[in-house]
Design a protein around this ligand. Sequence first.
Ligand code: APR
Ligand code: PHB
Length: 389
Amino acid sequence: MRTQICIIGGGPSGLLLSLLLHRRGIDTVVLERQTREHVLSRIRAGVLEQGLVALLKEAGVAGRLNREGFEHDGTRLAFGGETLHIDFRRLTGTPVTVYGQTEVTHDLYQARDEAGCKTVFTVSDVSLSGADTDHPRVSYTADGTRHTMDCDFIAGCDGFHGVSRPSIPQAVRSDYEKVYPFGWLGVLSETPPVDDELIYANSPRGFALCSMRNRHLARYYIQCSAEDRVESWSDGNFWEELKRRLPEQAAANLVTGPTIEKSIAPLRSFVTEPMRWGRLFLCGDAAHIVPPTGAKGLNLAASDVHYLYHGLCQYYEDKDTVGLDAYSARALARVWKAERFSWWLTNLMHRFPDQSPFDRKMQIAELEFLRENEAAQKAMAENYVGLPY
Ligand code: APR
Ligand code: PHB
């Protein structure tokens, strides 16, 4: 079989890239390891930068987002008994849009179905060959049969545990990683969110976050030990601990109820360089991971897709490789700034097990500077709403 772009991974990166290219008449095939149902069962952050909203509109898949997504003009930071509002709209002129990643993925699959885009689900033993030649090839097993896909380019959109990144020789690749000494215990509950904006709390007992999917579906997180297990947290224990970490008013307003999802995620910062090797291009989580604190995971995948999509269009439409040749440097320039912001906000809002009294004083000084200095608030707002592509 042959296609122009073989996309490994049917998560947000692969789906959005495939649909955008299809709109420009460029043929793709998406190879996905899981079933569609499994992909759609994932619960992930739902804070969209306007750059991603614009890309979804360009892909013709923003209808439900426009109807059901809602804009947030700011967010709240709770610390030391006070709550600081960071006003994105006043400081940057830009809001963020709250709309679950699961919904984005659902909308992308539906739009690709309607457009006749091809996805092969439950593939296994995917292997790449010839990525450093002009004739790259992807082999895989589907329905018990071994297949080979010849293509012009391979897009490695297969996430942190995929096969694409390891296909780049170690001698060519540099990996940068930081693993945080805690995790996030997250729950979803069919209850009204505690506030109309998100609340990030740095409490003596640890970090907490109050988020939402819509006005009837709340999403909460508490920092937990990296060794913690979901089974050791009853709903009652979770709600009790969350209340202890929230500002008084929020704790009083919190509506609790049975959780419909409960999971623990590790926190890691990771980047691999370069994001290109020959005719293989890495995109999204395949190339980088951020701690969820800054809600940058999906939004960084979007800017990678933007650069790669335009580079591929330039190649096929103008026979010009400038965009492809610049892809890795351009994507990494934005990736590292988002990595910094996510690392900074994680350090600002969490209690580290080995935190010294001096470290704690630094956290307090940074939070007080943020409270008192409009330029510091603007810098945070600019990063949170998303730096330019
Ligand atoms: N072959 C085919 N598909 C694979 C393989 C493989 N060898 N390995 C992984 N996959 C699939 C996974 O099943 C998943 O559906 O690749 C997809 C990768 O999707 P994500 O992990 O969601 O990564 P990405 O599309 O880059 O989206 C980034 O998703 O994980 C969140 O926090 C992350 O919000 C960010 C966004
Ligand atoms: C979420 O809604 O899941 C969410 C929101 C903001 C974050 C992380 C997660 O920083």
